[in-house]
Design a protein around this ligand. Structure first.
Ligand code: XIL
Length: 315
């Protein structure tokens, strides 16, 4: 598949763009450009369990039902993540015991996966648990339970709830071999040796045009996971530029998209690519990386980046 993540209308980040919505929705849902989608925000803990035991699926359901209506495959994102976590989970006054945090994780996964049962091609069960050096990232989950235990608990819990949904570990900077890719490979083998189901590794692929991985680096990273017997997907592809966009950085961006998509096409275990929205004004990049932007395939005026042709060439 080739897909694009999207926000529910209420969550589209920049105000004042309502005039663009009809064109946006036409490309997103009707044009046939995309066969798959992921809700960029609506299924995250912050939105689905904002206070303990109170679940809200309003935002996630909007994208899930649009996906269904327009026959797009749905990737679901994300169950256990240190970021966009509801503040009650990691407030410093919480001081959870191991048992309390275990039941919080079990309850969250159970409620969210049960609600979406049958709708998700895949779930990102754990998102971004590793540092660049391959150690576990500090979070309430790793601090209270330890990295191994919270990840095993999350996958074990998820494995029983929706047998048809593929269970993924998802992270960024996994697009060329590194200490971090080795740590994720080790995690996959560890879950497999304990007979805990893991079906896939998601490479977020938030790339930069200037220091893009080569085709061979992408292929090596993807093969490193695929050879473990799990499927691989590029789950959040975007390629940001140092603004302003110009002929040089747009050409680099085209090569970056072509390399990433081309590697996925060439390695059998890589099953699909999702770009993290398609329209620059809705990209998360400018808010998080000041001075960078134009990371997607459609400019503000809905003309297409040269990188669109790079994707076409790769397919
Ligand atoms: C981003 C969303 O696109 C933004 O709208 C939000 O404000 C922050 O999160 N890794 C992930 C995604 O797994 O969920 C993040 O999405 C981008 C980085």
């Amino acid at each position: 598949y080739f897909g694009a993540a999207t926000d529910s209308p209420g969550q589209r980040e920049r105000a004042g763009l309502e005039a663009a919505y009809p064109k946006y929705d036409e490309i997103m849902w009707k044009s046939g450009e995309f066969g798959q989608t992921t809700p960029t925000n609506g299924q995250k803990w912050l939105f689905t369990e904002p206070t303990q035991g109170t679940f809200n699926f309003t935002e996630g359901d909007i994208v899930a039902s649009l996906a269904h209506q327009h026959h797009k495959l749905l990737r679901c994102h994300a169950l256990v993540w240190h970021s966009q976590l509801a503040p009650w989970v990691d407030s410093s006054s919480a001081n959870w015991t191991k048992d309390e945090l275990r039941s919080i994780i079990i309850s969250h996964i159970t409620n969210v996966m049960t609600h979406y049962k049958g709708q998700c091609y895949a779930w990102d069960v754990v998102n971004e648990a590793f540092n660049e050096d391959g150690t576990y990232r500090e979070s309430v989950f790793s601090t209270v339970l330890g990295g191994d235990e919270f990840i095993e608990l999350a996958f074990k819990t998820a494995s029983e709830l929706d047998p048809k949904a593929k269970l993924y570990y998802n992270d960024y900077n996994l697009e060329s071999p590194s200490a971090k890719t080795e740590a994720v490979r080790k995690l996959v083998r560890q879950l497999q040796s304990k007979k805990i189901r893991i079906d896939g590794v998601g490479l977020q692929a938030h790339l930069t045009a200037e220091s893009r991985p080569t085709l061979d680096e992408h292929i090596a990273a993807i093969e490193g996971f695929a050879e473990l017997g799990v499927e691989v997907a590029l789950t959040e592809l975007d390629v940001r530029l140092a603004m302003p966009a110009n002929a040089t950085n747009l050409a680099q961006q085209k090569e970056a998209y072509k390399n990433a998509v081309g590697a996925c096409v060439q390695v059998e275990g890589c099953i699909g690519v999702t770009i993290w929205d398609f329209y620059d004004p809705f990209s998360w990049v400018p808010a998080v990386f000041p001075g960078e932007g134009a990371a997607l395939l459609w400019f503000d005026d809905f003309s297409r980046h040269p990188a669109y042709e790079g994707v076409v060439e790769a397919l």
